[in-house]
Design a protein around this ligand. Structure first.
Ligand code: 13P
Length: 255
């Protein structure tokens, strides 16, 4: 069975110096408590411009490194974009796609996200496909319909279970300080599991991460929920203390 994935999405934060020191601190803290790796895998997704540095630092350490997004194309005249082969070339093993900040701020569609997923698969990178409903959709009782539609359209049709991870990030819980309730997480993760089982062979083996205001003090309860296979952490991943605090809370529940 997969270990529990503790993944940090650093978003557009930090500098060359601060990202180097954050990654070094995370690696040294994991190495100080090696039993954490019995239950948890660790991933950080720094801004692309710092990726190569962090990959160098994380070499031969328990910290995996990933991208935050990639282009729908593999090369050519796409100013400012970063392709999946480039991420692979830099040593990324995972890449987030379809984060709500990309869907909302950049108007990305599920079809584009599926295309990015295909590029990642071709480059040997595991896609972390994000889905999540807005508060308006939840209040209207449409959360499950929205998630189902996002899963059906964002997961490429040629994907197998080993090609991807799903991250359920309710938009209203991101950066709000208020995580979804354990009951809501349990219900949505169970529904996502059932949809994945219908869509993909071995869908019961796919990790489903929860993201949205995960902190050391709610991590234990959330980690114990069935079908929660890890966390995608924003704000609390920017400090080694809180990132490791989340891992320790999950470890205590899972070990
Ligand atoms: P926060 O943990 O800051 O709520 O962010 C979650 C997120 O967007 C991770 O991708």
């Amino acid at each position: 069975m997969n270990a529990f994935l503790i993944a940090g999405n650093w978003k557009m934060n930090g500098s060359g110096v601060s990202s180097h020191s954050l990654a070094s601190q995370i690696i040294s803290d994991i190495e100080k408590t090696p039993s954490l790796t019995d239950t948890c895998d660790f991933l950080c997704c720094p801004p692309h411009i710092y990726l190569l540095n962090i990959v160098g630092l994380a070499d031969n350490s328990p910290l995996l490194v990933g991208g935050q997004d990639c282009s729908t194309e593999t090369e050519g005249a796409f100013t400012g974009d970063i392709s999946a082969p480039m991420l692979a070339d830099c040593g990324a093993q995972y890449c987030i796609v379809g984060h709500s900040e990309r869907r909302t701020i950049h108007g990305e569609t599920s079809q584009q996200i599926a295309k990015k997923g295909e590029c990642l698969k071709e480059s040997g990178i595991k896609a972390i496909i994000c889905v999540g409903e807005t508060i308006t959709e939840r209040k209207a009782g449409k959360a499950l319909d929205v998630i189902k539609e996002q899963l059906k359209t964002s997961i490429p049709s040629g994907f197998n279970a080993q090609d991807f991870i799903v991250a359920y990030e309710p938009v209203w819980a991101i950066g709000s300080g208020e995580a979804a309730s354990p009951e809501d997480v349990a219900e949505m993760h169970r529904d996502i599991r059932n949809i994945l089982k219908e869509m993909v062979d071995k869908g019961d083996t796919i990790r489903i991460l929860y993201g949205g205001s995960v902190k050391p003090d709610n991590a234990g309860e959330l980690a114990g929920i069935e079908n929660v296979g890890g966390f995608l952490i924003g704000g609390a991943s920017l400090k080694a203390d809180s990132f490791l605090g989340i891992a320790k809370a999950a470890h205590d529940v899972l070990s």
